[in-house]
Design a binder for this molecule. Structure first.
Ligand code: GLA
Length: 387
């Protein structure tokens, strides 16, 4: 792996010793089920072949010395005994927040030297932050031989985001970054945290197209959506929107504002679509899969209102090439970022050509196109040079 080599060298330059371990955790793309995870619902993400790689060694004191490649202020140094929020560079808070959460349950680890690099595009909705958090945890677990399973690690990363970084995200990104399976997406029940692996249909490829609209107000808008859902659950007297059927929701319509009703309708129908998509994947039913992806995008566009004109435009451009031979939708939190397309391999070049010919002329922005391979979750790199 190229990143492994690079980060090994950087570590040696920075710390003048060999790293003891190198660990990696991927970003993710979500095939179906957006804004359902924090409603205790269902999601269908896949880990991708881009992620965060960390080379590390133990220290004799309680200091964390972190070097992050590619940032303007790229060194952070703090004591494990006193971990505070950094207002200078956001990347520091993923290290600090994750270690602060780990410290609450595990005190049997000491200081570390870390060299960090990553190739998940930031602000694109591909979970560069979850990959960062899971890579940090994998690294400390490997260095200090801690007992920490993937689900607990994912919950810890989510807690770091919720309590330290200030984003009220759900569990999807961290969980698939920790436990994704090569060649598969994962149907995750975000209440029980149990999951089934969903094979990517034969002959299909995952294309991710970045609209290059940076997610602006995402955190406040994201948190606001979550609050709206919780409010509707309270009005309907259920623990979460997961517990509501469309009939129940329609029956309670008069107790809700128009906006509350539409937000909840997205969540309720998206849960059903996510489960149906799993079945379509298992039976290689590409036509149904494509139709469900299209319905999901429309629901996120009109009911949940988290798309942008650029995301809608990309969906339209790609749909005109694939018709019912695959599917395309926005993916992740929305308000910018990427669309994901699941398409037959033979249409890949035509889709790329259509995006290149139409997107920048319509929207004045350059799209970036990544072909993603559904990949394995976090792991320690098994290189004989590193124990
Ligand atoms: C972000 C969050 C996830 C999830 C998605 C929307 O990626 O981190 O927890 O809520 O948005 O599905």
């Amino acid at each position: 792996m190229e990143q492994t080599e690079i980060i090994g060298h950087i570590f040696k330059q920075q710390f003048e010793i060999e790293p003891e371990v190198i660990c990696y955790a991927p970003g993710r793309v979500n095939l179906l089920g957006d804004h359902t995870d924090y409603n205790d619902g269902f999601v269908l993400p896949a880990a991708i072949d881009a992620g965060t790689t960390i080379a590390a060694s133990r220290r004799d004191d309680d200091q964390v010395v972190a070097f992050a490649e590619g940032y303007s202020t790229n060194v952070d140094c703090f004591s494990l005994e006193n971990i505070a929020f950094s207002h200078e560079e956001m990347w520091r808070n993923y290290v600090r927040g994750t270690l602060k959460c780990l410290r609450k349950s595990h005190t049997n680890f000491g200081g570390v030297n870390l060299a960090i690099t990553g190739n998940v595009p930031q602000g694109a909705g591909l979970s560069s932050s979850a990959s960062f958090e899971m890579a940090i945890l994998k690294t400390i677990v490997a260095l200090y031989q801690l007992d920490l399973d993937g689900v607990t690690a994912a919950l810890m990363g989510q807690r770091a985001e919720n309590e330290f970084v200030g984003c009220q995200c759900g569990i999807m990104d961290q969980l698939v970054s920790a436990l994704g399976l090569e060649g598969h997406a994962m149907l995750l029940d975000c209440r029980s945290l149990t999951f089934k692996d969903a094979p990517i249909p034969d002959g299909m490829v995952i294309l991710v197209v970045n609209s290059n609209v940076k997610r602006g107000l995402v955190d406040s808008e994201y948190n606001a959506r979550r609050q709206q859902c919780e409010e509707v659950a309270r009005i309907l007297n259920v623990p979460a929107l997961r517990d509501v059927s469309l009939e129940q929701l329609n029956g309670a319509k008069r107790n809700l504002s128009q906006e509350q009703y539409r937000r909840a309708r997205h969540v309720v129908t998206e849960n059903a679509r996510t489960i149906a998509t799993m079945t379509a994947m298992q039976t290689n039913d590409v036509k149904t899969l494509g139709s469900l992806m299209g319905q999901s995008h429309d629901s996120l566009r009109y009911d949940y209102e988290v798309t942008t004109k650029e995301l809608d435009g990309l969906v339209c451009i790609i749909n005109s090439v694939i018709n019912d031979a695959g599917g395309v939708r926005m993916t992740g939190g929305g308000f910018g970022g990427c669309v994901v397309a699941l398409i037959p391999a033979e249409l890949e070049q035509a889709v790329i050509a259509a995006v290149e010919a139409q997107y920048s002329s319509q929207f004045g922005l350059e799209a970036e196109i990544y072909r993603c391979h559904a990949s394995t979750g976090a792991f320690r790199v098994g290189n004989r040079n590193y124990i």
